[in-house]
Design a protein around this ligand. Structure first.
Ligand code: DAH
Length: 360
């Protein structure tokens, strides 16, 4: 057949099928734009295969007619559809292979890990500087045989004041003014409350510390915050004297700041101790010569202390004729601020991680 003859030849069923296939096959690409597109083309290619080669395809219908064709033309007729079937099958198979290769490659790329990429390091948390300080103090006292008491932050006036020998109207209530609930409870203004609870619960002899949160109606400024942390200490036994108090606090500062650290006791007044003393320790930075940290004095204030007042023992049902004891109260955050040279104590409570991260 010449080209011209071919053009003029009427369209045969085989031509029609081939044409229809070409029209539909055209839209399949070799490299789809994305993984979902590739997967979609693969699915549609299967549909195309069924449409043109399946049992219900026109090709199948034509093949069924082979038997009824004039035996002289039967061979040619069969050959035409056999060729057509082979062509379509080959075209679809090739396309399918390309698409499968593409989908597999993209999936593998997506799932593979680039080991040269910089990692995203999980940032481990760490303890708050106040917690670190509290734990150091706890460890020291536990090693000295003290129990660690944890107690309530909401109190009655009895525990916060009366039992601590601060009756109503006593001027010592003023600087310890706190926050009250509408039904008469108070946020404790000192951890000294735990002395009473612990003695009521466990009697004497007793050795305990009570770290915890306290509250005062102070206006926040660089050295004050309405909420802060203290550690209370209490040791009650037969024959306890001021010497035991001094020895214990000397041991504390030796372990916290080094064995060369000295202590100094200044006479003072607290309602719940008699006699009472403020405790200072020699500056950990300059050793007592005077520097910026100790504001030139060579000494840093640790807290208050004294011999437990007999009224306090009585309020907790401990017989002051039989037992004596010492007590002390230290500021945890104050000590923290001093050690880390913070010029504003409130930084410890703002919980800005960029700040806190510096102290681990
Ligand atoms: N409770 C006192 C305060 O908050 C501190 C204190 C002083 C506690 C002397 C004591 C002590 O146990 O003996 O200021």
């Amino acid at each position: 057949m010449t080209e011209e003859e071919h053009q003029r030849r009427p369209e045969t069923p085989s031509d029609r099928i081939r044409k229809a296939f070409e029209v539909e096959f055209e839209r399949f690409s070799d490299s789809p734009g994305s993984l979902p597109e590739g997967e979609k083309e693969l699915r549609e290619l299967q549909e195309l295969r069924i449409k043109f080669l399946g049992k219900k395809s026109e090709l199948a219908a034509q093949k069924k007619m082979i038997g009824s064709v004039d035996p002289k033309r039967r061979r040619d007729f069969a050959l035409i559809f056999q060729n057509l079937e082979q062509d379509i099958t080959r075209r679809i198979d090739e396309k399918e292979l390309r698409l499968r290769t593409f989908v597999l490659r993209v999936r593998t790329e997506r799932e593979s890990i680039d080991v040269t990429m910089p990692g995203r390091r999980p940032r481990p948390g760490h303890l708050h500087p106040i917690t670190l300080m509290r734990e150091r103090i706890e460890d020291i006292f536990v090693s000295l045989g003290y129990a660690v008491e944890d107690d309530r932050e909401i109190e009655t006036d009895f525990y916060n004041f009366d039992a601590l020998n601060i009756p109503e109207g006593h001027p010592a209530r003023d600087p310890q003014d706190t926050f009250y609930t509408t039904d008469g409870f108070a946020l404790r203004s000192q951890t000294s409350t735990v002395q009473i609870h612990a003695m009521q619960r466990r009697g004497a002899p007793i050795r305990m510390i009570a770290p915890g949160r306290v509250f005062r109606r102070d206006t926040p400024d660089p050295t004050h915050n309405p909420m802060f942390f203290q550690v209370e200490g209490l040791c009650v036994d037969r024959g306890i004297t001021m010497a035991h108090l001094k020895g214990t606090l000397a041991e504390l500062v030796h372990r916290l700041f080094g064995p060369e650290t000295r202590t100094r006791f200044r006479p003072s007044y607290f309602p719940f101790t008699e006699p009472s003393a403020e405790v200072d320790y020699s500056c950990f930075n300059c050793g007592g010569k005077g520097c910026r940290i100790c504001k030139g004095s060579g000494w840093i204030e640790l807290g208050g202390s004294g011999m437990v007042h007999p009224n306090v023992l009585r309020a907790a049902n401990v017989n002051p004729e039989e037992f004596t004891g010492f007590a002390f109260g230290l500021g945890i955050d104050r000590t923290c601020a001093r050690i880390y040279q913070l010029d504003d104590i409130r930084l410890l409570f703002e919980n800005d991680v960029r700040f806190l991260e510096q102290f681990r």
